[in-house]
Design a protein around this ligand. Structure first.
Ligand code: ZN
Length: 507
């Protein structure tokens, strides 16, 4: 690298490090808003966050960046996978995206979605779609404008592609449809088999009322055991569990408790721990650059789903954990053995609510949302007709009559935040988690027996080395191919679900 290029790269490095500091600061303020802030702080916190977002956007669109990026690119040596080349490629991508969006649109989007979220919360509470409708129409219009600015492949593509690319780079609606369609038909067949199966798993544990303090001690013990590092992170409470924080050494997780849903608290905690372990596992050396950032939302979700499902709903895991239940819950759990706990963790029951769905039905909830947002963006579905289209999908996919919009099209926060194109990352991540776990088992033949002894370190270290260490080096399908050793598909997930759920239901 020449001196000029080296100095251009160093200047860029410092510039983006400052953006990272600003955005990390905003992330801590957002975490605080959801967990600690008194209600009186709401209005001013909005201004504080807007101020930081404005500073970040200005830095991302700084006119001198174009020249610096070109100067650094001209003479950076090494192959395309070298950290400096990866950072440059991703800085370019981030800048191009920011430059395409006029500041006026960014601001209007932020303003409308903040009010829309408030209106949505009220509309959901009262199951009043008419109240949310004008806001959804505004957000749809803003998302269409955003898609126009970002652009998509005009020969064969569609507006959804421009928005989906914000959450999962490089995957079009058609790409996603081509993996979702075969997945949907086999999932529906599996759900039908289970519905008429001879056996139902024991769900006694899930009906126990257990004190929240005991549940909290229990989930903290599991979080620590699977390897969430509490010296570099926290676990607090919020209405909707999430993983936030500012960098790998300060990761903020939240979870929730309800007296009769201990498995929900455990699953939510393990899910967020999976996100947190990913953040904590990112490269220290590359902190503050793309090489030290998570690859994408789908890859993030593959980490959370892997700890929540492949580990947390597995036989070995319950062989390890069941004998410890007594220490947290005493006589309330007397008589429950590992087989009963494994069954309770794997109940299948079609329901209305996505976030409460089991592993077999979960992905159908996602496919319904993907289809509807895609049609709305294309102009094939009017907002007026959304509730009816939603309910028709639930009838066809899950055999359910949606009783009201609160349990129907008003249940998710995403569209009210303006996030269209986001939902598929949940299913893509779930599919990846199954592929990754198969690859981990191939690489470590004694893995399951180790998990049954509470040895989670080898799996965690394998994920750090094979996924976390790459940062944003690879796109989703490329990373999948590299780690799993085969092209991305629904096969591992289907093998996993059919292989587990059929025997549990006596099929
Ligand atoms: Zn998640």
């Amino acid at each position: 690298m020449t001196t000029v290029a080296a100095s251009a790269y160093d200047t860029l490095h410092e510039h983006f490090r400052q953006i990272h500091l600003l955005e990390g600061t905003a992330a801590i303020l957002s975490w605080d808003q959801e967990t600690m802030m008194p209600a009186g702080g709401v209005a001013f916190r909005g201004e504080q966050l807007a101020q930081l977002a404005g500073l970040g956007h200005r830095r991302r669109t700084d006119p001198k960046l174009g020249e610096l990026l070109a100067a650094a690119a001209d003479s950076l040596e090494g192959d395309e996978q070298a950290p400096a080349r990866v950072n440059l490629r991703e800085w370019n991508r981030d800048r191009e995206r920011a430059m395409k969006l006029p500041a006026e649109l960014v601001e209007e989007f932020a303003r409308v979605s903040s009010t829309a979220q408030h209106e949505w919360a009220e509309a959901r509470r009262d199951s009043d779609f008419a109240r949310f409708k004008p806001w959804l129409e505004k957000l749809l219009e803003l998302n269409r404008r955003k898609a126009e600015c970002l652009g998509w492949d005009r020969a064969g593509g569609e507006p959804w592609d421009a928005l989906g690319d914000l959450y999962e780079p490089g995957l079009s609606a058609k790409d996603i449809e081509s993996v979702f369609t075969p997945l949907a038909s086999r999932l529906r067949a599996l759900i039908a088999e289970i519905a008429s199966a001879p056996k139902r798993p024991d769900d006694r544990f899930d009906r126990l009322e257990l004190p929240e303090a005991q549940q909290e001690a229990f989930v903290r013990f599991v979080a620590d055991a699977i390897g969430f590092d509490f010296s570099r992170g926290r676990l607090d409470r919020s209405t909707h569990p999430f993983c936030g924080g500012s960098h790998r050494n300060d990761v903020r997780l939240t979870t929730r408790f309800r007296s009769n849903l201990t498995l929900d608290a455990l699953g939510s905690t393990m899910h967020e721990c999976g996100h947190g372990i990913y953040e904590q596992g990112l490269s220290a050396e590359h902190l503050g650059t793309p090489m030290g950032e998570a690859a994408s939302l789908s890859v993030h979700e593959s980490q959370s789903r892997l700890w929540e499902n492949q580990v947390g709903r597995s036989q070995p895991f319950w062989r390890w954990l069941t004998p410890k239940l007594d220490g947290f819950f005493g006589s309330a759990v007397a008589g429950l053995d590992a087989a009963a706990m494994y069954g309770a963790a794997n109940r299948v029951e079609p329901g209305f609510i996505r976030v409460e769905a089991d592993e077999a039905t979960y992905n159908l909830h996602i496919m319904i949302r993907f289809d509807l947002e895609r049609r709305m963006l294309r102009g094939d579905l009017a907002v007026d007709d959304l509730p009816a289209a939603w309910n028709e999908h639930y009838r066809n996919y899950l055999g359910l009559e949606v009783p009201d919009d609160r349990r129907g099209c008003l249940q998710d926060v995403h569209w009210s935040m303006g996030a269209m194109g986001y939902f598929p990352t949940y299913t893509l991540g779930t599919m990846m988690s199954a592929g990754l776990f198969e690859a981990a088992e191939r690489a470590m033949p004694g893995l399951a027996e180790g998990l049954a002894r509470g040895e989670f370190g080898p799996l965690r270290e394998w994920l750090v080395a094979n996924v976390h260490a790459h940062g944003r080096r690879h796109r989703f399908r490329e990373l999948y191919q590299l780690v799993v050793g085969e092209a991305f598909s629904a096969d591992p997930l289907l093998r996993y679900l059919e292989g587990k759920l059929r025997p549990l239901h006596g099929i």
